[in-house]
Structure formats: C-alpha cells, structure tokens
Write a protein of this length. Structure first.
Length: 443
C-alpha cells in the first residue's frame, strides 16, 4: 500500500447509466432515443432518473417532476417506476460481476465495487485491467439487453468511484498507480464523497474550489472548520489517501416505503388505507429478502414540511404486512393529522433472518388482525390506478404498457423489448380484458 492506496489499479466501480430510464427504453421500444423521466408523476413527485436525452434539457435526479415537465419538450415520457424490472436487471448485472471476482460490494441497485485482485487470476497491469473492464462493459450490455455501464478502475474506492463518473454514459476510466492526484486536482470539490452543499459552501467562502485547492489546506484548519472526523477525512481524501476495503457483505439495516400525496390528506380512513398499502410493500420486501423485523416506524410530513417519526418494537420479529400495518396504524393514531399530511412512510428495522410468529403464534400484546385487512386485499379492477409505464396484458391485444389514463379511460401501447413500435389503443379503466402484468422478458 502507498498512502492508503493499492500498488495496482485493482478496484473497479461499476455504475449503470441512468438505469431506471435505460430499462424503460429497453422494454418500450418506442421510447428509444426519446427523453424519458422516471419518478413521481404527480404534482409533488420528484425525478428518480432522467435519461440522457432528457438531461440535455436540464432534467436531473431529485428535481421536482413539475419542473422537469416545464423543461422537457412535448413527447417526453413521464413514467412511474417499475422496481421489479430494475431489480431483475440488477441481479443479472451482479451475477456478471460475480463471475469476475468473488468479492463484490453492491452499494445500490445500480452500482457496485469489484475487487479484481481477489480473483487471483487477472492481469493487474494497466493494460490488463483496461481489457478486463471492457469485457465487463460488453458482457453487461449483452446480458441486460443493452443497458450500459460506466466503469472506473483505480487503486482505491475513491478513485474508482470518481473515475466511473467522468465519461458517462458507457465510459471507462482507468487511473494508473501514481496518477491519482493528477486526476483529482482539477476536479471541483463536490466530486469528493462527503462534500455536500453545506461543506462546499464553507470551502468556497475560503476560496477553495477544486480538490487540488483543498489538498493544500493544513489538516488543523479543516479540523477546526468541520470537526475531527469530517475534517480529517477531507484531508485524506483530497490527497487520494483511501484504504477502505471492498466489503462483500452489506447488512441491511432497514426496509421502508413512503408516498408523497398530490394534496394534503386529513381523512383518517384514507390515511389508514395508505398505511396498509405501504405496509404491504414493506412486508413484500422483507419476504423477498428473507428478512423479518421487530421495530415498525412511521414517518409523517405535515403541510408545513415539519417531519416527525414514531416507532414501536414487537417482542418477536415478523414479515407479515398485516402486523406491520397494525403497528403503523396505532402509531399514526397518536399524531394530529387535522392540518394535513403531505408525506407518509412506513419502515421496518431491527432486522433478523428468521420469523417467530409462525412458531409461537400472535402474542397477547398483539391486536387481532383487522377484518378484512386492507394490507392484503387487492383493489377492485374498477378502481385500479393505472400508472404511466405500468406493464399490462390485454386478452385480445397481448402485452403492452400504460401510456396514460384519466377520465375513466386508459391508453395502452402494445409493444415489448423485441418488437417494433406497437399500436396504441384506449379502453375503459375497468375493462375486464385488461390486467396488470409482470415486466417483459428481454432475454
């Protein structure tokens, strides 16, 4: 190691390019080459991912959807997320990476670090890791039906992460050992992990704009400005000193779901229904991950953006959405909602990889299940909220996706990843021949 770095460029950071939008363009052939926004499609929604075509108009992640609509031209597709499709794509990518190294650290659904040295079989010269990274990129594109990845390779996580972001989309940056500071010096300070808006503003007031500027500051000054931990970290990272290992197992600490409403909600019955729907999502994620939880938390944001949380802990862990919903409802009952609720969330923490409810039954501390429990009762077809981008199947026309809906009607485009752009048809929202469907298979 040299200054907290490896001797070889053997850490890769793989980052899928605008993943949510890329998956939508893969599965919806008529959207290829067009601006696509994925996220909350209602008035208070925010952008989760903007395709590169949409970014040309200034759309970006975390921007209010209403602002993205003002910036993007007519013909831009605004779609609700399809997490099951993204998850499936992510699993394929992680399997590709696992074939390259036994040590993978997945940090989100669309990015991971790969320890190339852990495989013990790769040529770790600059030429060797460049060829290997090219192979990873091409294999990912082939395995996912065209979703691309940008890759950075370096002697540390810091350098690999920054490298993967430099030449997006479908880019590759390999930083040779010894070239780390030459890469970092001209970059803006916001490229460093841990430099958020507040830290960046404080540094700018001190006349520091690039990582090279920051690297010249004495550590005592940074510690005086930001405290021991943060100041010392900035000092190390600005000099490319990063010895963090690639960690293969990342323990999940929580599972949650939340919803922002178009209008502030005050009605208790409606809020309880939303609690039940959120609990269903949380329970599904727990079961998909083979997990259970003891602590249930709710998050409530009032009309004035005041946000509060409340938690309760069970005696035994559970993955049952009905029990999660019961606890969440009880927590909500102690909160004044008369002024209006703009956001509601349900979370589960204190996770375990086992469930005791089935062994011991409900404890005396638990209320009886609600009858019927809205957490597990499907909405009738007549009141389905057809979401833009949702996968559907029609008995006569086959598979397609929701183009839009309103005023009692839903418009569907019938096409898939391997078809030409398909026809558009409009139906009543309660058409018995139209059904929600699983994401199409791109393979």
């Amino acid at each position: 190691m040299n200054g907290g770095r490896r001797r070889e460029a053997s850490i890769a950071h793989v980052d899928l390019d605008a993943m949510f939008a890329a998956v939508e363009q893969r599965d919806k052939v008529s959207l290829r080459g067009r601006p696509v926004i994925v996220g909350g499609v209602a008035g208070r929604g925010v952008v989760a991912t903007a395709s590169y075509e949409a970014r040309q108009y200034g759309a970006r992640s975390a921007m209010p959807t209403a602002e993205a609509r003002r910036r993007c031209p007519s013909g831009t597709a605004f779609l609700a997320p399809r997490f099951s499709a993204y998850r499936k794509t992510s699993e394929v990518v992680m399997a590709v990476l696992a074939g390259m190294s036994p040590l993978i650290e997945q940090v989100s659904i669309d990015e991971a670090y790969v320890d190339l040295a852990a495989a013990g079989r790769h040529d770790l010269s600059v030429a060797g890791v460049t060829a290997l990274a090219e192979q990873i990129r091409s294999t990912i594109a082939a395995a996912t039906g065209g979703v691309t990845a940008s890759i950075g390779v370096g002697t540390s996580k810091l350098v690999a992460k920054i490298g993967s972001d430099l030449h997006k989309p479908n880019g590759l940056t390999v930083v040779a050992p010894g070239g780390e500071q030459a890469l970092l010096r001209p970059l803006p300070i916001t490229r460093l992990q841990g430099v958020g808006p507040a830290t960046a503003e404080r540094l700018r007031r001190a006349g520091l704009h690039t990582i090279g500027d920051l690297a010249r500051v004495e550590p005592a000054d940074l510690i005086d400005w930001f405290g021991q931990a943060h100041g010392a970290s900035l000092h190390r990272l600005a000099r490319a000193h990063d010895d963090r290992p690639v960690v293969g197992e990342r323990e999940a600490k929580s599972v949650s779901a939340e919803e922002t409403f178009d209008v502030d909600l005050t009605d208790r019955a409606r809020l309880n229904t939303e609690i039940d729907l959120l609990a269903t999502r949380v329970g599904g994620r727990l079961r998909a991950g083979g997990l259970s939880a003891r602590t249930v938390t709710i998050k409530v944001r009032h009309h004035d953006f005041t946000t509060i949380t409340r938690s309760a802990t069970r005696a035994q862990p559970t993955d049952d959405p009905r029990l999660v919903a019961q606890f969440a409802r009880r927590l909500l009952s102690d909160i004044d909602t008369s002024a209006g609720i703009r956001l509601l969330g349900v979370g589960a923490t204190t996770l375990a990889d086992f469930v005791q409810d089935d062994l011991f039954g409900a404890t005396t501390a638990e209320p009886e299940p609600l009858e019927p429990s809205p957490a597990v009762v499907e909405r009738p077809a007549a009141t389905l909220d057809w979401r833009p981008g949702q996968d559907v199947r029609h008995d006569d026309h086959g598979p397609g996706w929701v183009w839009g809906s309103g005023r009692g009607r839903v418009t569907v485009r019938f096409e898939g990843p391997g078809t030409p752009p398909g026809p558009v048809r409009t139906f009543p929202v309660d058409d018995p021949a139209l059904h929600p469907a699983e994401p199409p298979d791109w393979l």
